[in-house]
Design a protein around this ligand. Structure first.
Ligand code: BG6
Ligand code: MG
Length: 213
């Protein structure tokens, strides 16, 4: 039976994980909290609203529902400002060769992202047409670590979950893949991404000959 690849976006295809961090760092500073890279590991893969709830907990701060929505909006405006000049060159190392290999091998490819900005970012880096299916935050009820994002991607591809290989840079995403019955390749360290079957620095390090797809 055919296999497929499901890719996370932020921190796997492009360095937008860093831009999310910068925008959250700026908002947390307004709450009097210095957001650390260790904090940020726990925010990776987590939806915008859940991320703000997590940061408010760290900062020991509460907001009215109106202010909560306003701060989500402001964070996103800062993020959009940071990504506005992104282009096709702003992909992580190894991405062009990885996509060329996927196309040459005709491997079904889906995106499974927690971001509502996924379509915009993929369009900017010129990769939107490389995907057979795209699932972003606007299409799911439950964010990562719930498996809904990846199960929906597998369903859209018409491939059984256990035949899907998920590439993730977030602990929440690796957990989501495993909860969906899929194998996860960690883009990051074993310390940050327990449960992944192998850990790579970037997509370019993936050895297609080792994994039958
Ligand atoms: C995930 C990122 O892909 O998307 C998170 O890892 C981010 O850092 C989340 O918060 C939501 O993104 P957006 O673009 O909808 O605010
Ligand atoms: Mg990510």
């Amino acid at each position: 039976m055919k296999s497929a690849i499901i890719l996370d976006l932020d921190g796997v295809i492009c360095d937008t994980a860093h831009f999310h961090f910068l925008a959250w760092h700026r908002l947390a500073a307004e709450y009097g909290y210095e957001l650390t890279h260790a904090d940020n590991e726990q925010l990776k893969g987590v939806s915008r609203a859940d991320s703000l709830t997590f940061i408010l907990g760290l900062a020991n701060k509460t907001l009215s529902p109106e202010q909560f929505q306003e701060d989500l909006h402001r964070k996103n405006e800062w993020y959009l400002e940071l990504v506005k000049d992104m282009g096709p060159l702003e992909v992580l190392p190894g991405v062009p060769s990885f996509f060329a290999e996927v196309a040459a091998r005709k491997i079904p490819l889906a995106l499974g992202s927690a971001s509502k900005n996924a379509n915009m970012v993929l369009t900017r880096v010129g990769l939107i047409h490389a995907f057979n299916a795209i699932v972003d935050a606007s299409q799911v009820t439950h964010g990562k670590p719930h498996p809904e994002t990846f199960l929906k991607a597998a369903d859209l591809l018409g491939i059984a979950p256990e035949k899907c290989l998920v590439f993730e840079d977030s602990a929440a995403g690796v957990q989501a893949a495993i909860a969906g019955g899929m194998n996860a390749i960690g883009i990051g360290t074993p310390e940050d991404l327990p449960g992944a079957i192998v850990h790579l620095r970037n997509l370019g390090e993936f050895d297609f000959s080792k994994y039958p797809l």
